[in-house]
Design a protein around this ligand. Structure first.
Ligand SMILES: [Zn+2]
Length: 167
């Protein structure tokens, strides 16, 4: 279970990362004035890397993954990119978000109205095996956080490669 203290830790870490990003942006502006472009590049790479961690792994949000049969998941997830850690939601959310719907198909547990067939718990009835599309109950903020996080991760990757190639 994601305990309350885990959430507190992640909250603290998120605030720390946000402050570090702000400081790095100030450094970038200061170095731009001195036209120290290598320092600007390094600081930008650090800033986007920390932003990717912040949006991808630490910022506490609600999971909100939902299937047609279930309500949006109310577990805590960290970052906007993945779902909660307890279930298949972790990857479901990512794949549903990037519209890889075939990957995001989830097989829902039968939870229809009770029938007289309850004496047969092992029966694999047809409707129970229907793939259920995973959706995310998302706000504009969630969507923005996801794509910003992905963009920051890609930017960090490109910048890191460029820095190593430059040496
Ligand atoms: Zn979940």
């Amino acid at each position: 279970m994601a305990s309350r203290s885990t959430r507190k830790d992640m909250q603290g870490l998120s605030v720390f990362l946000a402050l570090a990003i702000i400081i790095l942006i100030i450094v970038v502006i200061a170095q731009l004035r001195h036209q120290a472009f290598h320092a600007v590049f390094v600081a930008t790479a650090w800033a986007s890397g920390l932003l990717a961690i912040l949006l991808g792994a630490t910022w506490p949000t609600k999971c909100k993954v939902k299937t047609r049969l279930k309500k949006p998941c109310r577990n805590w997830a960290y970052g906007f990119v993945f779902g909660c850690r307890q279930t298949s939601h972790f990857w479901d959310k990512f794949f549903a978000r990037i519209r890889l719907d075939r990957e995001a198909l989830n097989y829902a547990q039968p939870s229809g109205p009770p029938t007289d067939n309850d004496a047969e718990p092992s029966s694999q009835s047809e409707p129970a095996q229907q793939p259920i599309k995973v959706r995310i109950e998302e706000s504009a903020c969630d969507k923005c956080g996801f794509w910003l996080g992905v963009a920051a991760a890609l930017a960090t990757l490109v910048q890191t490669i460029a820095l190593f190639a430059g040496h």
